[in-house]
Design a protein around this ligand. Structure first.
Ligand SMILES: [Fe+2]
Ligand SMILES: [Fe+2]
Length: 199
């Protein structure tokens, strides 16, 4: 059933998604600051990296609202107060929200857009849902390592990269200080999470 965009549910869903992504970006940026304060620089980097992707999602949804430029869209929505005390709890909260976006919210928005005949919007919802699934998994793995205290050793990780200088360490434990640049352990990232590995 083709629907006029200005009277569509999709218009509202795009604005809800824009609001949700915008808040996710800020929540992750705030969480990154907390991680920095605790010396967990690579957890901070993952939060910032993900925050940037949420900005990209917001930008995509916003672009799809362009034909309503100058108008105001009213939405009702529920948004989380994720101010948990520990990084592990913040990661779990983020994981939970990403899961909801992936499994429920964006599937429903995609289905509504398909029904209303807005196929570009439908694709955006479905494709971004897949990205949120990746976010969910990444946050979950990090949370688990913090909960088990295996982020820097004692678990299955046997390779870390110093995110300051690029030194790669293999062993059972990330070094307390990087032997190359002398930066603290908080700059070591389990290698599986590193971007641009060239493998
Ligand atoms: Fe997103
Ligand atoms: Fe996400």
């Amino acid at each position: 059933m083709a629907v006029n965009f200005s009277e569509s549910r999709t218009k509202e869903n795009l604005m809800k998604a824009f609001a949700g992504e915008s808040q996710a970006r800020n929540r992750y940026t705030i969480a990154a600051k907390k991680a920095e304060d605790e010396g967990m620089h690579t957890i901070a980097a993952v939060f910032r990296y993900t925050a940037d992707q949420e900005r990209a999602h917001a930008e995509r949804y916003y672009a799809l609202l362009k034909e309503l430029a100058g108008e105001t869209i009213h939405i009702d929505g529920s948004y989380p107060v994720d101010q948990q005390e520990t990084l592990a709890e913040l990661l779990r909260a983020a994981q939970h929200n990403e899961h909801e976006e992936y499994e429920d919210v964006y599937q429903a928005f995609g289905d509504a857009a398909s029904e209303e005949g807005f196929h570009e919007a439908a694709s955006a919802f479905y494709q971004i849902a897949e990205v949120e699934h990746v976010h969910e998994e990444r946050f979950g793995k990090l949370a688990e390592m913090l909960e088990n205290d295996t982020y820097y050793g004692g678990g299955s990780v046997t390779k870390w990269i110093c995110t300051n200088c690029g030194y790669i360490h293999e062993g059972n434990q990330a070094p307390k200080f990087c032997p190359v640049c002398r930066y603290a352990q908080g700059y070591f990232l389990p290698y599986d999470f590193a971007c641009y590995r060239g493998e």
